[in-house]
Design a binder for this molecule. Structure first.
Ligand SMILES: NC(=O)C1=CN([C@@H]2O[C@H](COP(=O)(O)OP(=O)(O)OC[C@H]3O[C@@H](n4cnc5c(N)ncnc54)[C@H](O)[C@@H]3O)[C@@H](O)[C@H]2O)C=CC1
Length: 430
């Protein structure tokens, strides 16, 4: 691992060259996960930005001074919670480890991080980086394992908080286990987010946005906008463009610079995603492109878990592909007529992680953003997650936030200190 890592230290400029520490971590992330090197590099950039951001915030943590009658006063101290557990999913292994550990350490906590067993490697690299940067032993720890290890961590009486990224069913279990000793919990769970495209949109951007909303990391992105609602008048031209571009996505060796879609995480997951496409066909959806297992021409990639990105037409709100999280490169497209109607349909889900709207009408854009029941609404773009901006869900997509200043609230607690400057009341007359 050390050899693969190459260099030492955190860079301080934005997007780095294709050599050096970041590139080597990105390469390992590709091997870990199967995503393209281009995306992995962005993940690693976002990760070090998270470390720098919270390192900067650490020195600004402060309480409040509150004047009371008679010269007395109170003040608040922002204090650490103690040992925090981070449990990660396999889609953004290094980034999730950074998004959890950076605010945790900045608030003075220790973290025990458990990566997904499918992507065990890069969290260890993060531990090595912390060590080389001077973090004392024991402050950031990586524990490997699956559900059993996660269960032990969540039940441990010495743990103050669990921050979890993963599926809704596991999130519910984590909450139940944490309740036994009243641990604080942050849950970043799944989604089935709506992307609403109005007829007055800038079409080129909307089409690019739909691709951004569906096909990053082979579609294995929790906040993806997989329910694409398109206003009826522009449906034919939208479909033509989106299908043309989806067919042009280069699938194959994720370590090559030109590749834009790599392999899914496991054979089992690939079969599950392909199963969703078959089910969609049975329920009446029309496959406009993709949705099949894909074999790249390079002999070494035969047997890899590749599939062609899929656009489904003729979808209706009651179909399985529209209701359930697929977590693969499958976009379901549906027509709508009015704003009121599409908002009702968009909100008719138990999830609430993200949402998006494309329109040139600024009043409508903000009205739609206000009325969508989701933790994030992207206007005229999709899947942009700068570290300064809070990220998290509504409804069964979870609670608590990652990124942004607000995350400090989720990794610290307030102590109130009350100071009496006068005499204590003789309340009991004795
Ligand atoms: N909201 C968000 O930010 C994100 C959500 N996800 C969601 O995660 C899912 C895919 O990721 P997976 O790794 O398959 O999810 P998962 O829920 O199966 O596993 C996530 C993590 O929890 C651990 N785990 C599993 N059972 C556990 C238990 N009983 N107790 C404690 N830990 C346990 C796993 O080992 C893994 O580290 C998708 O549904 C996706 O939507 C994924 C990435 C980001």
């Amino acid at each position: 691992l050390k050899a693969a890592k190459g260099g030492v230290g955190f860079p301080s400029s934005s997007l780095l060259p294709m050599t050096g520490t970041n590139y080597n971590i990105a390469k390992l992330e590709v091997i870990n996960n199967g995503k393209s090197i281009t995306e992995a590099r962005v993940d690693i950039d976002v990760s070090w930005q998270s470390l720098e951001y919270y390192a900067g915030i650490a020195g600004t943590l402060a309480g409040q001074h509150i004047q009371l009658p008679g010269g007395s006063f109170a003040y608040t101290r922002r204090e650490a919670l103690g040992v925090c557990v981070g449990i990660g999913a396999w889609n953004y292994p290094f980034q999730i480890a950074c998004w959890k550990s950076a605010p945790a350490l900045a608030c003075g906590n220790a973290m025990v991080f458990k990566p997904s067993p499918f992507t065990a490697v890069t969290a260890v690299i993060l531990a090595e980086i912390y060590k080389e940067a001077g973090v004392p032993d024991g402050l950031f720890n990586v524990v490997q394992g699956g559900a059993e290890t996660g269960t032990l961590l969540c039940n441990h009486p010495g743990v103050a908080k669990v921050s979890f990224t993963g599926s809704v069913p596991t999130g519910k279990k984590i909450m139940e286990m944490s309740a036994k000793t009243v641990k604080q919990v942050t849950l970043e769970l799944g989604g089935k987010s709506p992307l609403i495209i109005f007829k007055d949109c800038e079409l080129e951007n909307a089409v690019r946005g739909a691709l951004m909303a569906n096909f990053l990391t082979q579609g294995e992105v929790c906040c993806n906008g997989t329910r694409v609602y398109v206003q009826r008048e522009i449906m034919p031209v939208f479909l033509e463009e989106v299908v043309k571009r989806t067919k042009a996505i280069s699938i194959g060796d994720p370590l090559l610079e030109d590749t834009r879609m790599g392999a899914l995480i496991t054979r089992q997951h690939l079969d599950k995603v392909l199963g969703f496409v078959s089910q969609a066909k049975k329920e009446g959806a029309k496959v406009l492109c993709g949705g099949e297992a894909f074999t790249p021409i390079e002999p070494k990639l035969k047997g890899g878990y590749y599939m062609s990105p899929c656009v489904l037409d003729n979808c209706t709100d009651d179909m399985t592909c529209v209701k359930e999280e697929i977590f693969g490169p499958v976009m379901s497209v549906m027509p709508f007529d009015t704003e009121e109607e599409v908002l009702k349909r968009a909100n008719n889900t138990t999830f609430g992680l993200a949402s998006g709207v494309f329109t040139r009408d600024i009043s409508r854009a903000h009205r739609v953003a206000e009325n969508l029941q989701a933790g994030t609404c992207f206007i005229n773009n999709y899947n942009i997650s700068p570290v300064e901006v809070p990220f998290g869900g509504y409804k069964q997509s979870g609670f608590g936030r990652e990124n942004g200043q607000v995350t400090i609230e989720y990794y610290s607690q307030l102590k109130t200190v009350v100071v009496e400057m006068g005499a204590v009341d003789d309340y009991f007359n004795c």
